[in-house]
Design a protein around this ligand. Structure first.
Ligand code: PMP
Length: 360
């Protein structure tokens, strides 16, 4: 098996060990004579896999008992609509912080159901920093406050948890969940598409405080009602069984890395090294304010944009894949999620330095 270094923003790199284990038990899961994909989701075997995955995630994030963990489909994008449908209750307004492309998508969808108050935005500064706590203009009438803890495309990450007082705090943690410890009890709801730090695409994890369930708008489709999924342990209909199983393997792998605390140390080291290399050169640049630089997604530009395609071709030849920036912003982006090793980041830095030298 020749595995290259994969810096994809998502679907993203998975740990080698996880893929090897999945491969080893693909056709015959634990001597049962069939694969996990071919089993009923209600079988004892699958239920044990599902329950263990949930427990491991609870352990990793220290999720309190009064939170439900849901394993859903539809991606984080479905959550953009499910959140207002489920959390508005009797209210009509919701607060949103705008820090980039994913915030804007969440805002646009919420506007179909709610009066959205954009309580702070750094768009005028090209989203090069997150709003400060004292810039949040929160409204008393809001059903919840929503923000995106890590903007995957902009490479912009909150360095604090906003304080919304009694108003439930909702966070899109798609691209930084499990990358460093967070205090779950600060949130009303946390959601994340799986395809970065959790597992393969097709699975969406929602962690929701129990008291927020049961107030969905009357027109909410059954499949979009959190309470339906919570009451059925995410088995109201057929869940994405293979993705759930694979997420479970990733959680076990993460526990073996020292859990979220252990991986956070490695993540910080990886990010520091990469930003240091960018900052040490006039050839590469990253525009984000230092405290808000993402430890998961590192966008960078080349001083000479003419060299971008050459950079990508040579990087690929050197075994460094998927470094192209998002189509909406261009430039380069290295996504360095949990499963991207420090060795991979070191190889990238070495390549960048070599590329710069040969072009200087
Ligand atoms: N939010 C963020 C922060 C994301 O990075 C993404 C996907 N890259 C989404 C939402 C949308 O996720 P999905 O494709 O799972 O709907």
């Amino acid at each position: 098996m020749t595995r290259k270094y994969n810096f994809s923003a998502g679907p993203a790199a998975l740990p080698d060990q996880v893929l090897q284990q999945a491969q080893a038990e693909l056709a015959d899961w634990q001597g049962k004579g069939l694969s996990i994909m071919e089993m009923s989701h209600r079988s004892d075997e699958f239920v044990s896999v599902a329950t263990a995955a949930e427990q491991d995630l609870r352990d990793l994030m220290q999720i309190p008992d009064h939170y439900k963990v849901l394993f859903l489909q539809g991606g984080a994008t479905s959550q953009f609509g499910m959140i207002p449908m489920n959390l508005l209750g009797q209210k009509t307004q919701a607060d949103y912080i705008n820090t980039g492309i994913w915030s804007k998508k969440a805002i646009a969808e919420a506007k179909r159901y709610a009066q959205v108050n954009v309580v702070a935005s750094t768009e005028a500064e090209n989203f090069t920093r997150v709003p400060r706590a004292d810039e949040l203009n929160l409204s008393a009438e809001a059903a919840y406050l929503h923000y995106t803890s890590n903007e995957t495309i902009g490479g912009l990450e909150f360095d604090y948890i906003p304080d919304a007082g009694q108003t439930p705090l909702v966070v899109d943690m798609s691209s930084d969940i499990l990358s460093q410890p967070v205090e779950v009890s600060r949130f009303g709801l946390i959601y994340a598409g799986a395809q970065k730090n959790i597992g393969p695409a097709g699975l969406t994890v929602v962690i929701v405080r129990e008291d927020l369930l049961g107030q969905a708008l009357p027109t909410t489709p059954t499949m979009y009602d959190y309470k339906v999924h919570a009451d059925a342990d995410s088995m109201h209909n057929t869940p994405p069984t293979f993705a759930w199983y694979l997420a479970g393997l990733v959680f076990k792998w993460l526990k073996a890395q020292g859990g979220v605390e252990g991986i956070a140390e490695i993540n910080l080291r990886k990010a520091r090294k990469l930003y240091a290399a960018i900052d040490a050169s006039d050839f590469y640049a990253n525009p984000i304010a230092l405290p808000n630089r993402s430890i998961m997604n590192v966008p960078f530009t080349l001083a000479d944009t003419q060299l971008e395609s050459r950079f990508l071709v040579e990087a690929e030849a050197a075994g460094l894949l998927n470094l192209q920036g998002h189509r909406s912003v261009g430039g380069m982006r290295a996504s360095i999620y949990n499963a991207v090793s420090e060795t991979a980041v070191e190889a990238l830095i070495e390549f960048m330095q070599h590329f710069e030298k040969t072009r200087a």
